[in-house]
Design a protein around this ligand. Structure first.
Ligand code: SF4
Ligand code: SF4
Length: 80
């Protein structure tokens, strides 16, 4: 059974440099770098596999990751 954390990382593509630190530090390996034009940016591949540990947000040297509560994310998705 997958661990399901209360929060998920939101990655700001404008701040992400594609350095890959978050990918390297994520224990369940649910982040990866995705090509976006000529650069790569980090993305969450498996939200259900994310434990909400926030290691990725702590490790990011560019403050590109914010942890948001799943409930808040669901509500903002409803509002779109
Ligand atoms: S650690 Fe931060 S800047 Fe580096 S790839 Fe991850 S989100 Fe992007
Ligand atoms: S919060 Fe933890 S489990 Fe979720 S993506 Fe970040 S490092 Fe991985």
């Amino acid at each position: 059974m997958k661990a399901r954390g209360l929060a998920l990382p939101r990655i700001d593509p404008a701040r992400c440099t594609g350095c890959g630190w978050c990918v390297a530090v994520c224990p369940p390996h649910v982040l990866s770098l995705h090509p976006q034009g000529r650069v790569k940016i980090s993305a969450l591949d498996d939200a259900d596999g994310c434990t909400g540990c926030a290691l990725c947000a702590v490790r990011c040297p560019f403050d590109a990751i914010t942890m948001l509560r799943r409930q808040a994310l669901a509500q903002s998705a409803d509002e779109v």
